[in-house]
Design a protein around this ligand. Sequence first.
Ligand code: N7H
Length: 519
Amino acid sequence: MAQPAVDLKNVQGDSIIGFPKKAEAFYFFQINSARVNDFRKQLGRLVPQITNAAQVRNDKRAIDDSKSAGKKGLLKISGLNIAFSKHGLRILGINDNTGDTAFENGMLADARDLGDKGKSAPGDKFDPAWDPAFKQSIHALILAAGDSAGTVNEVISKVENNFHVGKPDATIRLIKRIDGKVRPGREEGHEHFGFLDGISEPRIVGIPSKPHPDGEKPARQGIFLVGRDGDQASNRPAWTLDGSFLAFRFLPQLVPEFNKFLKDNPIPGVLPPSKGSELLGARLVGRWKSGAPIDITPLADDKALAADDKRNNNFRFNFNGDQTVQDRCPFAAHIRKTNPRADLDQFGGTERRRILRRGIQFGEELTKEEIDSSHTKLQRGLLFLCYQSDISDGFRFIQTSWANAVGFPPGKPIAAPGFDPIIGQAGGGSRSIVGTNPKAQAQPLKLPTEWVVSRGGEYFFSPSIPALKNKFALKDSMTQPPDLGKLSLSSQAKTDPASGPSRASQAHTTPASQQQRKR
Ligand code: N7H
């Protein structure tokens, strides 16, 4: 039977559209097992405040309109979503198998396979070197995004009131809250190593987006939304329709150490010596810091190209010779490892592995002491988050079978192109990449440190709005929410002059083509 088309009002907004945001809080919590029914009733009151994809699309239009009208200041906009881990489902009495093995096992059980550092524990167990919070049983995650930290805090306090946090009858307990924010000034939209982020994002069949050619066919909705065309599993429980699996990773970055490595290892003999370190950075990532792709402009940054949405993602690693030589882009550069485009044309393509990245940066800028000592003192990095219809096919596959797999991409004259130098992990073992020097393409370069450090995370399921209402929540006899008030969420956009002038992007971690920077 043909399925009705997806209704954006039924889908939580961060997945297929993506919150516009300057700040975001991730609130990891447990549900009080003695008060599950109360929690479910309170969830029912929260559901009308959850931001759906239609609202997020409208918010983005409002941002565009405001910019086109030359208005100063940011619109006051916020977004609220909720997602549950497998522990959360069990507490709520939902015992169905979702059909996603990675989700069902949880990230803690996956840490060794993901390549995270840690030590062996009794009984062939593995104890990852994670932030202790992520070793606890996390039941659910609230995502609160907004135009400022103040807006995000407002959303979080409404959520806490809803669940009576701080009162004796609280139904949830905070395990950990992590706040992200975009970097300041000219670094806005750039991740902490300095590279512009949020450029490449899969287009989705039937979901209108701004023109941003990438040479790829739009991915089917079921690559991201459960139960839609393209979802590889056929026997998921009915309530999972239009939900999406969310992989969260807490990823501090060793920025001074990364910078020192670039400084100490300039690529010799290709560009003037002063440019050799910049070239190495670009060849590790696959883009210059501006965002210009090296597959189009291999030997010099091109800021006009970087800013041009018609061109800055329009390449497939198939220019002359690209498939066999690394003159333009190393086979193992980060963006080639994680989206190999034409490299997989003969091997079934990439569609099944596409993910919607929705992360945000956290932490402060480098201090003078950190710059001078080349040593990290303050924690900063990426709160990585992505959506897919199956974590085993998406995030997990990219991390384990591509980034960490030295033989990937296949079919190259070099048998082992090496690790993804940005996120490839060897559990603390040695890593190298081959082909960073275009004049010595078989030469390995040892990568002395993992500059992106996994400190934990979890796998979640972000249910559709109808599923939240009918499966997760309990009907409440109360007609008036007692203490929730009205969250100042989407579609109440109003100019907040205190927020300061808006730059090209209202939010950073969603595609540049959608006027935000994303990861
Ligand atoms: Fe990556 N970086 O700064 O080097 N990433 N990433 N990533 N990443 C991308 O095109 C980075 C991480 C992907 O379609 C850009 O939007 C950092 C994880 C994918 O061309 C930059 C971290 C995973 C793409 C970075 C990190 C991925 C992508 C270019 C961790 C999945 C799109 C900007 C701290 C397992 C590739 C852009 C495409 C792009 C960086 C994490 C995947 C600059 C620092 C964990 C699919």
